[in-house]
Design a protein around this ligand. Sequence first.
Ligand SMILES: Cc1cc2nc3c(=O)[nH]c(=O)nc-3n(C[C@H](O)[C@H](O)[C@H](O)COP(=O)(O)O)c2cc1C
Length: 365
Amino acid sequence: MTSLFDPLTLRDLTIPNRIFLPPMCQYQCEARDGVPTDWHLVHYGARATGGFGLVIAEATGVLPEGRITPWCTGLWNDTQRDAWRRVVDFVHAQGATMGIQLAHAGRKASTYRDWSERSGSVPPEDGGWETVGPSAIPFPGLATPREATRDDLATVVAGFVEAARRADQAGFDVIELHGAHGYLISEFLSPFSNHRTDDYGGDFAGRTRLLLEVVDAVRAVWPASKPLFVRISATEWLDGGWTVEDTVQLATELQQHGVDLMDVSSGGNVLAKIPTETLYQVPLARAVRETGMPAAAVGRITDPAQAQGVLDDGSADAVLIGRAALREPSWPQRAAAELGDPDLARYPHSYLRGRWPAVVEQPER
Ligand SMILES: Cc1cc2nc3c(=O)[nH]c(=O)nc-3n(C[C@H](O)[C@H](O)[C@H](O)COP(=O)(O)O)c2cc1C
């Protein structure tokens, strides 16, 4: 049974298969205005024509200062919303569903993009900005953030709410809140980066407070018919940090706060030795799923049989295919053929004559 191509229904949304494109920053807003461009239309559009069931747009700043880089997308104004609408409409027209990862980059904001000549924090004279974090503790190699005040946190929560409203207006089917990889919400979760003594720090309840406030505030404006995901770094891979046990407890709580699926990643908030083998994060998704919370597995899943195996052994409800989809936008179409069910894949009419398994037709015209 090739269950990778079974639909997945969450609330009123039916995702046509269980192969998701994870959020991946493109750093392609050359005007530095957070407005998605033709790049985004082509990039996300190609993965939709390639057969992905759910295409999740990259970490998108809910506030200008919440962007990872000046070239990242945003959703804090109507111009950005309307530009996203064009991308969402195209993805929908291909039979795929579309989500967006809403994010605040916290102390890891205002950095150069991967291929910049410079690295580290972007100074104000080059278009960067002052960052905020739970505490004035820098991520190694980046500028020291200002400790966020309660007003700052209220602004952040309001930013998520307004972005969620605009995401609905743009037609997105799913919101994923970025609670992973050492960005603002993840910084609050971790005892390494959160040394606060107010009620946003300290014990588990304090460190999860910002995330739960964002979840509740977004859930209140995001339609009840549409699913809400949270991406989490399930472990920091370092003693003294956030643990899998914390993640399991959080998963139980998030179910009560109306979260429909957890996208289970790891690391990113501290320098740690992270395993690199294939499927290394799958056991983390399994731990979440065992609480009853639907889970998606991500990380070095490249081979269709492996991906199917992740579903077969009950570790996850869906898989996310990241870097493999950068090199192969139509990964799901090849996967269906390799798994012996080529007809399960979705193709645009224009591409049918090129479908897997490859056949040589005569005549070519
Ligand atoms: C170019 C690139 C950009 C990424 N941007 C994001 C992002 O915006 N948000 C996020 O949560 N993860 C991001 N990631 C992590 C991916 O979503 C994914 O978790 C990771 O690449 C592991 O999956 P893979 O082995 O299938 O690539 C990014 C990864 C890459 C390669």
